[in-house]
Ligand binder design. Structure first.
Ligand code: MG
Length: 389
């Protein structure tokens, strides 16, 4: 479909709406399952097939935007205006400056869950009829009134119009430039005012706009139902050496000998890092931090753990649990258990209740029994969005 055509998704994220609560943070930057609503919208559009995505943000929202999208590869955001239609026009002008497009799909960030099916329906309809919107039938009895119920309205031809709305780029660009009305709640109205006929395709209940607090609760539930669990295992060994500091689980432990290794040789944090990478299916610690790379010489292993945590977050995941076992005759882990637990919880940005620290010996058998080194194993349980798993 749409072979060779340039299709741009224009995501409007410029609103300042805080009706849904969120402590004054506009709803498109609020977090849903650990990821900003805007990031969900961008990721869903990308998975649905959007290769070019432009985002319009409100003045002063640069920092919120940067935090929301992280290192996703996106062109710089377009600055919007005080009204939605001005934001869209600015976005269309930016696309035009970048060489224009064949088709533009204009989408509200507050409807994050765009499916592949929906995207294809809209694009196919635009190829056929130049302008198309997704919409749902009005199912509930619809009536006039405010405090007192008025007469019911015939709902047989009423539609609840959604986004993304698809247009031939030049048509909607010209329509926006020619618009002389006031604020418009969507772009199809602006297209209609310019004399265009807009096709209707079947919408998607999952595209309901996030407006009120209960909408966020519903979206969280929708997301939670789509999360799958992944478990990863990590194992590591380092040998004792004289003249080294002993780092275990991110804590400096007074001991006559420390562990030898390329980094700070924190065997506990290495096992935790590998467990998290394992849950993501993202290789191992050596893939991400090659021992041949001099920049990791003596590096604090907290950086490895933080990197793994960031990878989980980037995939919209949640760390449910980490269980770490340290295997050695000495030092005794018990006196340091709470500090290690607190440190790992802080590095992973989770409550301590999700971290378990255990210790055992090997009954004086083997290399740990002879005091030649320390072994560690860890299990991490991570929940990921189905599409990211
Ligand atoms: Mg290691």
């Amino acid at each position: 479909m749409a072979e060779g055509k340039k299709i741009v998704a224009l995501v409007v994220a410029a609103g300042s709406g805080t009706r849904a609560g969120g402590g004054g943070v506009p709803k498109q930057y609020r977090r849903l399952g650990g990821k900003a609503v805007l990031a969900h919208a961008v990721d869903h559009l990308r998975r649905a097939g959007a290769s070019d995505i432009r985002v319009v943000i409100g003045p002063g929202q640069e920092a919120l935007y940067a935090e929301a999208v992280g290192d996703r590869p996106l062109p710089p955001p377009v600055l919007g205006g005080s009204e939605r239609r001005i934001s869209v026009l600015n976005g269309l002008e930016a696309i035009a400056e970048d060489g224009g497009a064949d088709i533009v799909l204009i989408h509200d960030a507050a409807r994050p869950f765009v499916s592949l099916d929906l995207w294809e329906r809209v694009v196919a309809a635009v190829e056929d009829r130049e302008l198309a919107v997704p919409a749902l039938d009005s199912i509930d009895t619809t009536a006039r009134g405010r405090d007192t119920l008025g007469p019911a309205v015939d709902r047989s031809d009423l539609l609840r119009v959604q986004t993304p709305q698809g247009f031939r780029f030049d048509l909607i660009h010209a329509a926006h430039r020619a618009w002389a009305g006031g604020e418009a709640t969507d772009d199809a109205q602006i297209a209609r005012a310019a004399g265009h006929k807009v096709a209707v395709v079947r919408g998607d209940p999952r595209l309901e706009k996030l407006t009120y607090e209960e909408d966020f609760a519903r979206a969280e539930a929708l997301l939670a139902a789509r999360m799958v669990s992944r478990t990863g295992l990590g194992f590591d060994v380092h040998a004792f050496a004289d003249g080294e500091a002993l780092w275990l689980g991110g804590v400096l432990i007074p001991h006559e000998r420390g562990l030898k290794g390329h980094s700070d040789a924190d065997v506990g944090l290495h096992a935790v890092t590998d467990a998290l990478l394992g849950a993501l299916g993202a290789g191992d610690i050596g893939t991400h931090f090659p021992p041949s790379d001099p920049q990791w010489r003596g590096a604090p292993s907290s950086r490895f753990v933080e990197h793994a945590r960031a990878l989980v977050e980037a995939r919209g995941g949640r760390i449910d649990h980490v269980d770490l076992t340290l295997i050695c005759e000495s030092p005794k882990i018990g006196p340091h258990r709470d500090a290690i637990r607190a440190r790992i919880a802080a590095l992973l940005q989770v409550p301590e209740a999700r971290i378990s620290i255990k210790a055992t010996t090997t009954e004086r058998l083997g290399f740990t029994g002879r005091g030649e080194g320390i072994a560690a194993q860890a299990v991490a349980t991570v929940r990921l969005e189905e599409d990211e798993a």
